[in-house]
Each structure stands twice: as C-alpha cells, then as structure tokens.
Design a protein around this ligand. Structure first.
Ligand code: NAD
Length: 397
C-alpha cells in the first residue's frame, strides 16, 4: 500500500515502515559518529533493560547502549502489530528496524511487547534475562502512559494533565485547527492528583527494580535511571507544578527507596531531567506544542537544538558513564540546561508574550515542530519514497 499520514488531533493513527526504519538508521549513524565508548570515562553498559524501548527517549537509550557501547539490549514496549489493512504503530516498525540493524552487527536484541506495568511482563523479562543475559547492569525506565492497571488490585488508574491548587489560564496552540487561543485549565482534585501519581510516579519503577533484585538478575553496582521533565516558569503551571509534575516528583522518592532496598548490591538510581521535545507523549500535553514550537525557534537560532538521540548520547557520556558527574540536591542528572537557562527562557518568554493567531507561524518554528511530529511516525523523512507501494507487514527478526 501507499501510506500517507493520517493525523487526528495530536496523534497520527498510522506509520510508515520504511520511514521509521530510516529514522532509526539516522539515530544509529549519529551515535556511531560520536565515539561514545571513548568519550565516556567509565566502562559502558553491557546488558541493558530498556522499559519503554520503542519510541522517543527510550528508543534513543537503546540505540546509544547498543551502537555506542556494543551492549546487549532487552526492550519492553506496548506496540500494535501491522495487518494487511492497517499499518503497525511507529514503535513496532522502529523495533523491527532496531532488531535488524543490531543483529546485522552481531548484537543481541530482543523485545517483549505487552504491558510493562503488569507482573506477568516483569516475570517474562526476568526469565528472558536469566535465559539469555544472566544479569543486567543498566535499567532505563522510559514509560509514558495515560493509564496503569495496578498489579495488586487490578484497578485501572488514569492520569490527568491539570494544574494543582488553582485554575490556570494561558495561551495554547490547537494543532488540529491551526489556532492560537486562550484556555483555562481547571485544577485537579485530590483523587486526580493521586491517580496521576499512581500512573506516572515511581511505584512501577520501584517494583521493576525490586523484582529484578529479588530474582538475582541485577548486576552488582547496576545503574538505573527514570526520565523526567522539570522545565521552568512557563511550563510549571501545566507541567512541573501540575499533576504530572507531582507524579514525577514521586520518582525522587522511588530513587531513594531503590538505593536503600538494593544497597547490598550498591545499585545507583538517579532521575534524569531531559529537555522538552516532540514525542508522542509530549504532543498530547496542552500548551506543549506552543511551548516547543517557540523553544525550537529560539534554540535553532542559538545553535543548541537537540532531539532525543543528542540528549541521550549526552546523558550516557556526560552523566551516567562519567567520572563524578554533577547531580542536584535530589541526586538528579540534568541535561536540559540549554533549554532552561535564564537567557534562553527570557527569549522564549518574550515570544510567548507576543504570540497571537496572526504572527504564530512567524514567531515560532511550528514548521519544525510539525515536521518532527510527522517524523515520529516515519513521514517526511529525507530519502524515503512516499509514493512507493510498501508492505505494511514487517516482523521482528
Ligand atoms: P514516548 O511516547 O515516545 O515513549 C513511551 C514508551 O513507553 C514507548 O516505547 C511505549 O511503547 C512505551 N509504553 C507506554 N505504555 C506502556 C505499557 N503499558 N507497557 C509497555 N510499554 C509502554 O514518550 P517519551 O516522550 O520518550 O517519554 C519517555 C519518558 O521521558 C517519560 O517518562 C517522559 O515523561 C520523559 N520525558 C519526556 C520529555 C518530552 O519532552 N518528550 C521530556 C523529558 C522527559
């Protein structure tokens, strides 16, 4: 079939297998060009478990582990398989391409597709590690999900993207209607806050690490990190100090609890704060498309624009596998300074104050935002023939 993007609101409901493969290849080429293993002061990871491995920051972590350090990788993701009539999800095709490329280089790559929040998936991963790898020395936690089924009770919790304390009125950009307008977001009630913490907080990260530790599949001095976005004043009311931010704060509690519980193994657990960029997760957050379109404009002008792979390559070489890397008072790594420094934020704030329906496309880099959004699904990638008839059925090797 000839596959063209089907965009509905903040989501694209199909994906292009050849485009996704090309995008994975581009990220691999980037990592290979960086001599990652030489840049890192410490010996890199050998056996890596990536939870949320198929898109965004998790995929970039998997690519950096495998193609930067030659690590064996086990991925966990939740993706839809293609059929004759319907394409698979982008994460499905990304994973297929990753497997092909890794195996062509003789690198171990296996992926379990299913609900990472479930204990069944955790047991399946433990078995796979025991059978194939023995132990893992790095666990990346990069899930982004709107809901979680509690493995103890079966109760389904849904996350909410709302301010906390008081209503918040701000500008937003509706990508569907091409409209800049004001929105008022009503504050979350306590149940909505608690439910968001249940989904996106640290409970599941802890559960993974405790179960891996108990099963004996964590190497001594294993590292683990979970990703967060902290941001600055412009996004605090809807992110940093909102329901999702409170959930992310719970990651700090979980990191301390992982270190304490697994102290005999000397496991290190750090939350890593990354920059805002276009992924399937961030495009669903109100205000983020406007904010990201503006930071892309400013950061491209400053020459500091980065995508997932640049951020993660930096995280691995300058923090995770660096000698005495800088951490904040909560033991977190920070990779977002190029976005959140005062000078850059002041420029973004000035654009934010000026932006209207009329000048939005001049003041922002929405074109860049939109292009990257389509790229997530394998569309508008350079070198791909989008008129060609392609087979949507792609299997994982
Ligand atoms: P993403 O949507 O690109 O990736 C999410 C991954 O989680 C995918 O691999 C998906 O298959 C997997 N997943 C979702 N639900 C699952 C489930 N139930 N079981 C198994 N796998 C599941 O998201 P992303 O933007 O790369 O976000 C990853 C992490 O990085 C999140 O914690 C997010 O908060 C954080 N982060 C994102 C940004 C940003 O701007 N995008 C910035 C900083 C931090």
């Amino acid at each position: 079939m000839v596959i063209k993007p089907k965009v509905r609101g903040f989501i694209c409901t199909n994906a292009h297998p050849v485009g996704c493969a090309k995008s994975v290849e581009n990220q691999i080429a980037y990592v290979k060009s960086k001599n990652v293993a030489d840049k890192a002061a410490l010996a890199g990871p050998k056996n890596v478990l990536v939870i949320g491995s198929s898109t965004g920051y998790g995929l970039a972590s998997r690519i950096t582990s495998a193609f930067g350090f030659g690590a064996k990788t086990l991925g966990i993701c939740f993706e839809k398989e293609p059929s004759e009539r319907k394409t698979g999800t982008a994460g499905w095709y990304n994973t297929a391409a990753f497997h092909d490329q890794a195996k062509a280089q003789g690198l171990y790559a296996e992926t379990l597709n299913g609900d990472a929040f479930s204990d069944e998936m955790k047991h399946a991963a433990i078995k796979k590690i025991k059978d194939d790898l023995g132990q893992v020395d790095l666990v990346i936690y990069s899930l982004a999900s709107p809901r979680r089924t509690d493995p103890d009770t079966g109760e389904v919790f849904k996350s909410t993207l709302k301010p906390v304390g008081q209503a918040y009125t701000t500008k937003t950009y509706d990508t569907d209607k091409d409209k800049v307008h004001e929105i008022t977001l009503e504050p979350a009630n306590q149940e909505e806050i608690d439910n968001t913490v249940k989904v996106m907080g640290g409970e599941d990260w802890e559960r993974w690490l405790f179960m891996l530790g108990e099963a004996g599949v964590l190497a001594d001095e294993a590292k683990t990190t979970a990703y967060t976005y902290i941001g600055k004043e412009l996004t605090w009311p809807i992110y940093g100090q909102a329901t999702i931010g409170l959930a992310k704060e719970d990651l700090d509690r979980a990191a301390a609890s992982i270190i304490e519980k697994l102290k005999d193994k000397k496991v290190s657990a750090n939350v890593s704060s990354l920059k805002a960029l276009v992924t399937q997760a961030s495009s669903a957050i109100p205000v983020m498309p406007l904010y990201i379109s503006l930071i892309y404009k400013v950061m491209k002008e400053e020459g500091t624009h980065e995508g997932c792979i640049e951020q993660i390559e930096g995280l691995f070489t300058e923090r995770l596998y660096a000698q005495n890397p800088p951490v904040d008072d909560m033991n977190r790594y920070h990779m977002e300074e190029k976005e959140t420094n005062d000078g850059t934020q002041a420029k973004i704030k000035s654009l934010w104050d000026q932006v209207t329906q009329e000048n939005f496309h001049d003041l922002s880099d929405y074109a860049g935002y939109h292009q990257e959004f389509l790229n997530l699904f394998g569309f508008e990638i350079q070198g791909v023939d989008y008129e060609a008839d392609v087979n949507p059925i792609v299997n994982w090797s």
